[in-house]
Design a binder for this molecule. Structure first.
Ligand code: COA
Length: 377
């Protein structure tokens, strides 16, 4: 049987999002991702995922205010961030901070729907603040307080750089957040649900998810893409680089997908905004090289790009440092994780799969005194 990666296993029902891998289609609560990317905001999408409807103007205003009043870092959590090693990865800092946050919440084990929504709001509101604070502390700078007039994307850029971003940059990041907010039963969502299914608390579930998202086969791939582009350096090197990587049977980050066997619809939107943001910044080099890479990989192996291919040049052009690419994914995906955790709590069953045992049986126990040296440590 070997490793199955649970590819076709169904873990339960969901009403949140669905992928049609053959058609290259993604829907959140029935709405096509292209419509959401072009017309909505990240806050509307988080509301949609949690409450199963797009908000009215009044509900959206209340929702945004609810998020904004939860963005500040508790002083003790800021102290935790200051005490962490400053050369660590921001995903590790985020995972540690979210785990610690649970200790500061007196309602950590309150499983009422009201308390669940409060936690989902707190987590979604505070991710950008945690990450921007860790970045600034690690650079020897003072953290910048959240601006209550700014939404998630703009606030992150503001707290990160200390400058209010222009509307175009904020909108570009906002669209990226919409596109990453949910994606069926991906590895990090599954990790969150395994933890939630034990009726552990939401902070623990989201801590599990952050650990899973960090890996290079999941959220970490966008950082790999920019490392590759920088390594390639110039347009004329792209084709040769791709040929060498494929000949060496190396995986090229930003290509292939466990579910999509067609063009990832998120990549379509990210390619569009990568071109826009590149043109606005006067640096189309990275997106042009990415397009060339897409063509070369297609010609050689007929592999489609995934969400990480074009998000890399978007974030790079926005001036976000590479180690923060995967954290940007987390800033968005926490909306989907928390929505799935609430869905799990509403109809819970402990997740407890089985493994196919292929080891030995009937082995005789050897007493310690009779065992031969077999040093493996
Ligand atoms: C995402 C991923 C793990 C999906 O894996 P999968 O569906 O299990 O696909 P497999 O690993 O079975 O690959 C199937 C074939 O395509 C090839 N392939 C898949 N992704 C590839 C990539 N990024 N670069 C080169 N070849 C790739 C495999 O080598 C394999 O080829 P083979 O049949 O000649 O051996 C895989 O595509 C990958 O590692 N991609 C790079 C990391 C990445 O971008 N992750 C972000 C996902 S959103």
């Amino acid at each position: 049987m070997g490793q199955t990666g649970l590819r076709d296993a169904v873990v339960g029902d969901t009403r949140l999002s669905s992928i049609n891998g053959e058609k290259g289609e993604l829907i959140y609560r029935g709405i096509d991702i292209h419509d959401l990317a072009r017309s909505s905001t990240f806050e509307e999408v988080a509301y949609l995922l949690w409450f199963d409807a797009l908000p009215s103007r009044a509900s959206l205003d209340t929702f945004r205010a609810n998020l904004n009043k939860r963005r500040s870092l508790p002083a003790k959590l800021a102290a935790v961030l200051r005490d962490l090693p400053h050369d660590g990865t921001p995903m590790d800092a985020l995972r540690t901070a979210v785990s610690a946050l649970g200790l500061f919440d007196p309602k950590v084990m309150d499983m009422s729907l009201e308390a669940q929504v409060e936690k989902a709001l707190t987590l979604t509101a505070i991710f950008p603040t945690i990450l921007a604070a860790y970045y600034r502390i690690s650079q020897g700078l003072e953290p910048v307080a959240p601006d209550p007039s700014l939404d998630t994307a703009a606030n992150f850029l503001h707290m990160f750089s200390g400058k209010k971003p222009d509307d175009r940059a904020a909108r570009v990041l906002d669209v990226a957040l919409i596109l990453h907010a949910d994606h069926g039963m991906n590895a990090s969502t599954f990790a969150a649900l395994v933890t939630a299914s034990t009726l552990s608390d939401m902070y623990s579930a989201i801590t599990s998810a952050i650990g899973a998202l960090k890996g290079p086969l999941h959220g970490g791939a966008n950082e790999g893409v920019i490392h590759n582009l920088l390594d390639i350096g110039e347009m004329e090197n792209v084709d040769g680089w791709v040929t060498r990587k494929l000949a060496a049977h190396e995986k090229i980050m930003g290509f292939g997908h466990a579910v999509y066997k067609a063009y990832d619809p998120r990549a379509t939107e990210l390619k569009r905004i990568a071109k826009e943001v590149g043109a606005a910044a006067g640096t189309t080099k990275w997106v042009a090289m990415t397009e060339r890479m897409e063509q070369a990989v297609w010609n050689a192996k007929q592999l489609y790009p995934n969400v990480d291919l074009y998000s890399a040049s978007v974030y790079y052009t926005l001036g976000i440092p590479t180690p923060y690419f995967t954290p940007v994914f987390a800033i968005s995906r926490v909306a989907g994780w928390t929505a799935h955790v609430m869905e799990q709590y509403a109809d819970n069953k402990l997740m407890r799969p089985r493994a196919n045992y292929v080891g030995a049986r009937g082995v005789t126990y050897t007493p310690l005194s009779e065992r031969k040296d077999d040093i493996k440590l």
